[in-house]
Design a protein around this ligand. Sequence first.
Ligand SMILES: Cc1cn([C@H]2C[C@H](O)[C@@H](COP(=O)(O)OP(=O)(O)OP(=O)(O)O)O2)c(=O)[nH]c1=O
Length: 198
Amino acid sequence: MDNSPLIILASGSPRRRELLSLLGLPFEVITSEADESTPPDWTPERIVRSLALRKAEAVVATAGERNAVIIGSDTIVVLDNTVLGKPVDKLDSKAMLTRLQGRTHKVYTGVACLGFPNGKTIVEHRVTSVTMRAMTEEEIAAYIATGEPADKAGSYAIQGLGSILVERIEGCYFNVVGLPLSLLGEMLSEFGITVLSR
Ligand SMILES: Cc1cn([C@H]2C[C@H](O)[C@@H](COP(=O)(O)OP(=O)(O)OP(=O)(O)O)O2)c(=O)[nH]c1=O
């Protein structure tokens, strides 16, 4: 009998769902209502790691008394020590994209794996550098009009139309989309879950 724990993804993000599906393992999704506010003096690492853990912890009560690993994750974009989360409106998207265009920024994603019911906890993060090409005001306006930037950290989606704005990246691609899969694979193996088993 297979005793490996059930995987629970604590996320409402369709991107994270799609990325986790790539591993070919069965999983359940439970959406969390975690408080995502953080003190202004926190470093990017601390923000994504803490929020990832908060999101995982927020679904513990609904996960039930099962042998499970709960995955929480959080992504932010950082430019010049400023954290760019999801835009609040189109004006905010315009301000973010105007800052990001023609420059290199960093994308941080934190991942928390919470073993249940034993409470084993592993929290990690990855950083990817992303260089965007220069954009005209018209291009920025046209991109915002597509609606794609609305629910994305930094107001772009590398996996969508935003792909044509990205000149180069250094680091894990999946980290930018919201779930660094090679890191997650390593973390899951600590819970007895193997993606590639012989
Ligand atoms: C930079 C970038 C971000 N994003 C997305 C990933 C995340 O979904 C989102 C960052 O917001 P998050 O707060 O990390 O996640 P979320 O609110 O979408 O989902 P949940 O908290 O329920 O897990 O930005 C992309 O899809 N593509 C990109 O290129």
